[in-house]
Design a protein around this ligand. Structure first.
Ligand code: AMP
Length: 489
């Protein structure tokens, strides 16, 4: 889900989009909206800007949505208004003007076949083109979100049943989507044929639940059944669960960054437990980038699992907690102003002096985006008395923005896209800096000796975009011409 139409000029339109969302759906449970609420609560890391739930009580739909964290948005009275045994919910993150309430999901509309609510995780890559076409036919958009395009396409379809209208609509869109729909008949969940974002199916007390990550199931004591498969559509009604595969098969492009950073480590996504993958990323990192040191510490919380793996693979290094995180501060990454972001790191993290004083320290984090956090952290560790600071990153350098639903800044702001390794090391003021290789990352993901990442999208690390980027802005950015990009081997 993104909200960026017309708010930026030129390339910046798509370069600047930021969206990372969590979706949930519940069917056949007397407390559907409460389960949706708890599900959203455990998916808070996927989007902190706004939250919403739509429920259906057999007669009427009820919608509550607002800007803010899940716990702020849903007061007791708000939740009590969300009556019914089915519900869908959405956590949203977007920046710059996109934060208007009309962009907050779920989207709820009345159309030819009745009422329909929809929540979207991911990002469409031909939404501008489709929107222009729909507007030319008279469609009046209510928001600046790419997700609304899907709703208009459904409304324009001539098919007699919702399920066929959804298929009609999705055959026209390109990009990454996990969608949950709520109609008078039930719940529908769809995952795009590339399988970019995760979506899982669970059962809870006779009812069904869909969620972006399995950590949502744990909180509501739902049993994980399986993932919605790439290109699969599941329809959940009083008759049970029906599965359809209406789309042409294509090569998978599951987002590897979900493993690196985005998903919670207690989730299982793309059939792999995130925690184990993250630990293996750390082991591979140690193997590839070993350095003489005394201790290894994580950047909390993002580097914890990788640092544990790094320590396991480095018998001479002791694992320590050298940085303490204040858990009551939001992610620095989402602060819009550079000045606030600098401040944010200090608010969020503090060094443990007695651990770091006089030590040669390896500090592990999952990724470097702008480099702002790394620079602050290295300075903080040195100020606490460390003799040497060696920064190790459990993913390859991020060199390209994501157009499929992860919040990354534009290319110019990605430090690894504009600076050499040595320049970046100097910028973050570390004694040494090393990243994991792309091959090492995929060894960790697969848990096998070698793999080239056939089933994954690693565009942020490679610059190779597996899903066509159709919108005019992508063409302007030269992203159709990929011949200049290095071939992975
Ligand atoms: P930066 O200061 O821009 O280099 O940010 C790096 C930090 O942001 C790392 O600690 C990452 O864990 C974290 N990070 C990476 N990607 C994201 C993202 N999409 N949203 C929020 N935080 C992120």
């Amino acid at each position: 889900m993104a909200g960026a139409f017309g708010r930026y000029k030129g390339d910046a339109v798509f370069d600047k989009m930021r969206e990372s969302c969590g979706v949930v759906g519940v069917f056949g449970h007397p407390e559907a909206s409460k389960l949706a609420y708890l599900g959203l609560y455990s998916l808070q890391h996927r989007g902190q800007e706004a939250s919403g739930i739509v429920s259906f009580d057999g007669t009427a739909f009820h919608l509550e949505k607002a800007i803010g964290l899940v716990s702020d948005v849903f007061s007791k009275s708000r939740l009590s208004r969300l009556r019914g045994s089915s519900a869908i919910g959405h956590n949203r993150y977007s920046t710059a003007g996109g934060s208007a309430l009309e962009n907050v999901q779920p989207i709820m509309v009345n159309y030819a076949l009745g009422s329909l609510a929809m929540a979207h995780n991911g990002n469409l890559t031909n939404a501008t083109v489709l929107r222009a076409e729909l507007e030319a036919y008279g469609a009046i958009f209510q928001s600046t979100s790419d997700s609304e395009t899907v709703i208009h396409l459904i409304a324009h379809s001539r098919q007699p049943y919702l399920i066929d209208r959804i298929v009609d609509a999705l055959k026209r869109v390109q990009g990454a989507y996990c969608l949950v729909f709520l109609s008078n008949d039930g719940l529908v969940g769809v995952r795009d044929p590339y399988g970019v974002r995760p979506l899982s199916i669970g059962k809870v007390q006779g009812g069904y639940v869909l969620a972006s990550e399995t950590c949502a199931f744990d909180l509501i004591e739902a049993e994980y059944i399986r993932d919605v498969e790439p290109g699969e559509m599941v329809q959940i009604t009083n008759k049970g669960l029906a599965s359809f595969k209406p789309f042409a098969k294509t090569a998978l492009a599951q987002c590897v960054f979900e493993f690196v950073y985005f998903s919670r480590p207690d989730s299982t996504i793309f059939s792999r437990p995130v925690y184990s993958v993250r630990k293996r990323l750390g082991r591979e990192l140690a193997r590839e980038t070993a350095v003489e040191a005394d201790i290894v510490i994580p950047v909390p919380d993002s580097g914890v699992a990788a640092a544990l793996g790094y320590a396991e693979a480095s018998p001479s290094l002791r694992y320590e907690t050298g940085l303490i995180r204040n858990h009551y501060v939001g992610r620095t990454f989402i602060e819009p102003e550079q000045s606030i972001r600098h401040f944010g790191v200090k608010v969020k993290l503090n060094a443990v002096k007695e651990v770091l004083r006089g030590k040669r320290v390896v500090v592990v984090d999952d990724s470097i985006v702008r480099g702002t956090t790394g620079r602050k952290i290295v300075k903080m560790i040195r100020a606490a008395g460390a003799k040497e600071v060696h920064m190790r990153i459990s993913s390859p350098p991020i060199i390209s923005p994501c157009f499929y639903g992860i919040d990354t800044p534009n290319r110019q702001e990605l430090v690894a896209a504009t600076h050499s390794l040595e320049e970046t090391r100097k910028y973050i003021t570390a004694d040494s800096l090393a990243y994991l290789s792309i091959e090492g990352m995929f060894r960790a993901v697969y848990g096998t000796a070698s793999d080239k990442g056939t089933h994954f999208c690693s565009a942020c690390f490679s610059g190779r975009y597996p899903i066509p980027l159709h919108d005019e802005k992508h063409v302007q950015m030269g992203l159709f011409d990929q011949t200049h990009l290095p071939v992975l081997n």
